[in-house]
Design a protein around this ligand. Sequence first.
Ligand SMILES: Cc1ncc(COP(=O)(O)O)c(C=O)c1O
Length: 447
Amino acid sequence: MLKAAGQAHPQWYPMTAPVEFAGHGPLIIAEGEGVWITDQAGRRYVDGRGGLLNVNVGHRRPEVRAALIEQFDRIAYYPSFDGTATPVSIALAERLLELTAPEGMARVLFGSGGSDAVETALKVARQYWKLEGAAARTKFISLRNAYHGTHFGGTSLNGNAAFREAYEPLLAGCHQVETPWLYRNPFTDDPEELAAICATLLEREILNQGPDTVAAFIAEPAQGAGGYIVPPASYWRRAREVCDHYGVLMIADEVITGFGRLGDWFGCRLWGVRPDIMCLAKGLTSGYVPLGATLINQRIAEAWERADTPAAHMHGYSYSGHPLGCAAALAVIDITEREALADNAAREGARLLARLQAFKDRFPLIGDVRGKGLMICLDLVTDRASKAPASPAVARRIADLARQAGAVLRPAANYIVISPPLTLGATEGDIILAALDAAFTATAMDN
Ligand SMILES: Cc1ncc(COP(=O)(O)O)c(C=O)c1O
């Protein structure tokens, strides 16, 4: 039942103030097909959010349905605790290791989503150092503007205070360093100089903490929810060099960037870097069933597998390796490969980005247009010179107007995020552009 204006809603919505819905309620999406979604009143929109940057292969794919039904008809659930498994979880683990062979991944630990994948990575990193006889290596370093999900570990590493402050005090030993953000940084306009400065700041923080106390550096290959920030090309290579120099593990949080969103299968592949641990979720199943995975390389796996140190991995979830999630993931990976969706994301993303760059000439509200592949962000400002962020209400108004014009896009802080399914074609891309054009034109007339 729809709630009348002013009534309390039975469901609370993540990242939302309950009072915001008191007047009008949420947008209720009833159906989806391909890149299209339909609301309860029957209005169709291009899904310019791609669900939550996860519906990579599009909605209601018959191949995924068939895989889910086939698995359901065998067994829908069996755990992977205490030495049991299912054929489908083993098949997916093998497939993930094939896919990440260039990154050198060697073992897979499943969970139920991105926050689980990060939590698992942090626990693996701490236990690894204990097994290695370096128990003092417990600290983590992350980037300002990072987003690593909502468990207490990830929350402690999130680089925006807004995600942390309601839940403090947080995990001890989490420290943030400057992110290489070209648009807003106090140092330079030169991308490579910025990469060098930020890598040096990472090194200084490792030295400041004491290298023998640092377990891992964690970062997203391109930052998502904290600001949709694409680093300069050499940043990841430089950060890897710093980590190697001090023996610090590198964790790539690929929850958004994995499975093609940036125009390659994995974000760290774009930067030519092999991390020690990779966190995967979202595009892994394209959102059909919740599933996450944490992948580790041989260096880490060996610490548990040496015969002289039998150690349990005392971590896991009831739904680790859920058979339905694994079946969905295998079908989604097939589609991603067969339809070369990473290439499509690169092509359609470049086209959208170029067209949106031209919006800057017409709409002073847009301070910056940035992104890679099909993760694009419009950074709204009150004034281009100061780059002062526009209020979240402005971003929400733009998104509302764009929705009325046929595209659902995500307003987040002062950003408008464009992250459609990777199956997006030029026609639907044009609908997103036209909807944004209408929204910015109407907003310009407000003033
Ligand atoms: C980089 C990154 N890590 C972790 C998460 C958390 O994933 P989940 O919402 O599936 O728990 C997200 C979610 O957006 C993310 O973007």
